[in-house]
Design a binder for this molecule. Sequence first.
Ligand SMILES: [Zn+2]
Ligand SMILES: [Zn+2]
Length: 153
Amino acid sequence: MTVDVVQRLREKGLRVTRQRKVIYSLLREIGGHHSVDEILGLLVERREDIHRQSVYNVVGDLQQVGLVMCADAGPGRALYEASDHWHHHFVCRVCQIVLDVPCIEGRKPCLEPPENVASVIDEAQVIFRGVCHGCAGAKVTDTPAASISTADC
Ligand SMILES: [Zn+2]
Ligand SMILES: [Zn+2]
């Protein structure tokens, strides 16, 4: 696994540092979507001496080269995951679970804005909001909260 991680970083042209190795390995190992604070907590548990800002920098670097994706799961919740496969996300407004939603196009940007608002569109990330199957089964008061938001990370 470590060799693979080193290889992936090199393939993407990133200098291999201990912090990049550790954080990318961790995200791959645990899977799913995690905030910087969660990542930091896990690193501290593993006795890694690392600062919050360094975690931000590393996930930013990894995101830039396409090894990590950032999901905007709601106010202040930027979640990171090890994935090189572009996809969207669903966030349950009851339990806050974040689920992957496959992208039909599978490439960026999979949506074009209806108006000529910008010169370059890098990506369009759709956040589906609503109620997950689990919570729908457990009785929920129905207030419409579906919205589309763009990633802010
Ligand atoms: Zn739910
Ligand atoms: Zn995801």
